[in-house]
Design a protein around this ligand. Structure first.
Ligand code: AMP
Ligand code: MG
Length: 414
């Protein structure tokens, strides 16, 4: 059996970033991955600005003791000032340009306007309430490196230096299908022995959250020929084929022989719970149309293949821990590992498991963790009830009060 870490290293080692980028309006680039550094062509702020409503002054004028100054100009934000005449103050507002010659702002609460004059009630230090040009960003600096996933705040940062468009990697193309003659779509009557295809909804949502371009082939019958035909079809214009179910070694599990016939496959037994079987390999790409190239420029003649277990919680957890980082790497993202928290267990679990458990848990109002009572890999309720996964190492019982490693779903779902 492979450890979780070994499986992840092998998987990420095989992931090659897609080639091909496009330039999009910054407003349309949310969740995409930068294919080139964003370099600022200007200082932010582009000039010295006031961070208060008040008066722009020359500190030396106040040091001489004359605390009543004529107001020589009024500078609202967005208007170019005149140089500050010696021995005068300028009325100024937040965000406005500090006039040349002024070296401090006195906030209006520390000044008293009197007709055309102002009495300054405070001796400012040089630079007080002035935001220096370039204090946030220097012209020429990389503000967002290639490989960054574009969050709303990253788009705002790009816009703050005037970037109207961004060069992003093309979307990762993923084909997905589901095996199992017992699977029925919601909306259809449930025949004896049938269950609803919940994984289709979970996996489609997970793929779409990652910004993938998804082709959903739906339910493929539990037959070797049908599975092979779908693999061949899906190999043409996709980077990854993802399947769910049928990767155990039962007689009705045709995914393994089908991928072996159309490409190659490694069956991994991962020492984790839920999960365990994961299939990783590739399907030969039917020649000609739609060939997809990687970042090195070499045309890949294979489409990656990952087969997930069918149990709904196993499929969900193995997707989050393995497929998500793999897809992010293929998308060109640099940092793909989720950040974990150290939190207190407010429960005990006296039985240690040989495998690395990923327990569905919730953060309680006291900031500790509570466990969903049923940790079966078929109980999807746990994934909705929980806030994340406790990553419990093999052979480790949990005692209430101890600190455990918790990976919040917020780190895994985007
Ligand atoms: P399998 O991996 O095909 O052996 O399936 C393991 C278990 O997961 C079986 O109980 C299946 O009925 C169930 N299962 C497989 N695929 C799905 C699916 N798409 N949605 C919900 N349950 C599934
Ligand atoms: Mg099955």
């Amino acid at each position: 059996m492979l450890s979780t870490a070994e499986a992840l290293v092998t998987l990420l080692g095989a992931a090659r970033a897609v080639e091909g980028s496009e330039t999009l309006p910054t407003l349309d680039a949310l969740n995409r991955v930068l294919a080139a550094d964003v370099v600022s062509s200007l200082d932010v702020p582009p000039m010295n600005t006031s961070s208060m409503d008040g008066y722009a002054v020359r500190v030396a004028d106040l040091a001489q003791g004359d605390r009543r100054l004529p107001v020589s100009q009024r500078i609202p934000a967005g208007h170019a000032p005149q140089p500050l005449a010696g021995g005068t103050a300028a009325r100024i507002f937040t965000g406005a340009t500090v006039p040349p010659g002024a070296d401090a702002i006195v906030m209006q609460e520390q000044a008293e306007a009197d007709g055309n004059d102002v009495s300054i009630l405070h001796t400012p230090k040089a630079g007080e309430w002035i935001t220096q040009q370039g204090a946030d960003i220097r012209s020429g600096s990389v503000i967002l490196p290639a490989g960054t996933r574009l969050t709303p705040q990253a788009l705002g940062l790009a816009a703050s230096v005037g970037s109207a468009s961004l060069t992003v990697a093309r979307r990762v193309k993923v084909a997905v299908f589901f095996t199992g003659d017992e699977l029925t779509m919601p909306g259809e009557p449930l025949k004896p022995g049938a269950i609803y295809n919940s994984n289709r909804f979970t996996l489609r949502g997970l793929l779409e959250n990652l910004g993938c371009d998804v082709t959903d082939y739906g339910i493929v019958p539990d037959r070797l020929d049908a599975t092979r035909a779908t693999l061949r079809e899906a190999s043409r214009a996709h980077d990854l084929i993802l399947t769910c179910g049928g990767v155990s070694v039962g007689e009705e599990d045709h995914v393994k022989p089908a991928v072996e016939a159309e490409g190659h496959l490694s069956m991994w037994q991962i020492a984790m719970k839920p999960g365990k079987p994961l299939a990783f390999g590739a399907v030969r790409r039917a020649a000609s149309t739609g060939a997809v190239a990687d970042a090195a420029g070499s045309e890949l003649n294979e489409t990656y293949f990952i087969g997930l277990p069918g149990n709904p919680v196993s499929a969900f957890v193995t997707f989050l821990l393995f497929v998500r980082p793999f897809i992010l790497r293929v998308a060109g993202v640099r940092t793909v590992s989720p950040r974990a928290l150290s939190l207190r267990a407010d429960f005990s679990q006296s039985k240690a498991d040989r495998r690395n458990e990923f327990l569905r848990a919730r953060i309680n109002p006291a900031g500790g963790l509570e466990l969903f009572p049923n940790q079966s890999s078929a109980v999807l309720t746990s994934t909705v009830w929980g806030d994340g996964l406790i990553d419990n190492p093999p052979n480790h019982a949990i005692t209430a009060g101890e600190t455990v490693r918790f990976i919040p779903f917020s780190e895994l779902l985007g």
